[in-house]
Ligand binder design. Structure first.
Ligand SMILES: *[C@@H]1O[C@H](CO)[C@@H](O)[C@H](O)[C@H]1NC(C)=O
Ligand SMILES: *[C@@H]1O[C@H](CO)[C@@H](O)[C@H](O)[C@H]1NC(C)=O
Ligand SMILES: *[C@@H]1O[C@H](CO)[C@@H](O)[C@H](O)[C@H]1NC(C)=O
Length: 280
């Protein structure tokens, strides 16, 4: 009998000491610490975290001070550019008898070419073809832009043929390289497009031979080179009736230079493949 009473007493004692670890009414301790001890700990952490935040803000501020708005800080390795197509569709279906359907492509091209209008370009500089347009003089923060003549795109300029060839079933696409700061391609880059499989399709390039003039390089960055426009190459697919109703896979690459166009992992690096079907 006595042993069971003892057991009950120990249980009670255990329970009360367990409760005491949360709050001990005799000493006034919460979780084993007095209120002033807790206050000191909280104060310590408050000061500690304020100090950390201050350090972070200070280093950030110092780093931002050393940044130059005009010159990118790290550019030890200039990457290669991707090739981009307009209209921005990799799978085009053109019914040359339905203007309302292909109007979307025509509108995209017209909008895209706004920046290449003579009115926009006349303030730009007439550069020397075939040479890089280097402007490394430091006092000149704002870089000049080389003029691109919209009418050098000829039948694909949207000026003589406002339908960019879509109404006659011989559509134009525009190609450009992505902007890369400091890129200076060696050689004489040009665009070459081929149709996959054995279809022989004639194509016309504007400017002639699909050349990308070196005078549009290097690009100096968004802020320094504000009105920069990329040089364009237009490709007109000279399709005939027997080419209609076939899905043509056209691959365009930048060739003739050190720009990469055969990266296994990135199929847009210096090249692009799009599909186009023309029907009537
Ligand atoms: C193209 O449009 C014309 C005129 O609307 C239509 O008669 C024809 O069936 C269309 N062709 C195809 C392949 O959808
Ligand atoms: C660009 O030229 C086209 C055709 O001449 C014209 O319709 C358009 O309004 C011009 N855009 C600008 C921004 O000047
Ligand atoms: C364009 O590419 C095709 C296929 O690679 C090649 O046969 C042709 O010679 C190239 N044309 C030019 C002008 O480089």
């Amino acid at each position: 009998m006595a042993s069971t009473e003892d057991k009950a007493a120990t249980n009670k004692e255990n329970a009360s000491s367990w409760k005491d670890t949360f709050y001990n009414p005799r000493t006034g301790e919460v979780l084993g610490r007095t209120a002033s001890s807790w206050a000191l700990i909280l104060l310590f952490y408050l000061v500690f975290y304020c100090f950390l935040a201050g350090m972070f803000a200070l280093t950030m501020w110092v780093m931002l001070l050393t940044l130059d708005d005009y010159v990118p800080r790290y550019r030890d390795r200039v990457p290669y550019p991707g090739l981009v197509i307009r209209p921005s569709s990799l799978d085009m279906i053109v019914n040359k008898s339905e203007p309302l359907k292909y109007a979307e492509y025509v509108k995209q091209l017209e909008l895209f070419l706004q920046r290449y209008n003579d009115t926009e370009q006349e303030t730009n500089k007439e550069c020397i073809s075939g040479n890089y347009f280097l402007q490394d003089n430091a006092e000149q923060m704002e870089k000049k832009v080389c003029r691109f003549k919209r009418d050098s795109l000829s039948f694909c300029s949207g000026l003589s043929d406002t339908n960019f060839g879509y109404s006659e079933g011989r559509p134009c696409v525009l190609l450009k390289l992505n902007r890369i700061i400091g890129l200076m391609p060696r050689g004489n880059p040009y665009i070459n497009c081929t149709v996959k499989k054995d279809s022989q399709i004639q194509m016309q390039y504007f400017p002639s031979e699909g050349l990308i003039d070196k005078m549009y390089f290097p690009y100096y960055g968004k802020k320094a080179h504000e009105n920069y426009v990329q040089p364009l190459v237009a490709v007109k697919l000279l399709l005939n009736k027997e080419d209609y109703n076939k899905e043509l896979a056209v691959e365009c690459r930048v060739e003739g230079s050190d720009l990469r166009n055969n990266d296994e992992r990135d199929k847009f690096l210096g090249r692009i493949t799009f599909r186009i079907t023309v029907v009537e």
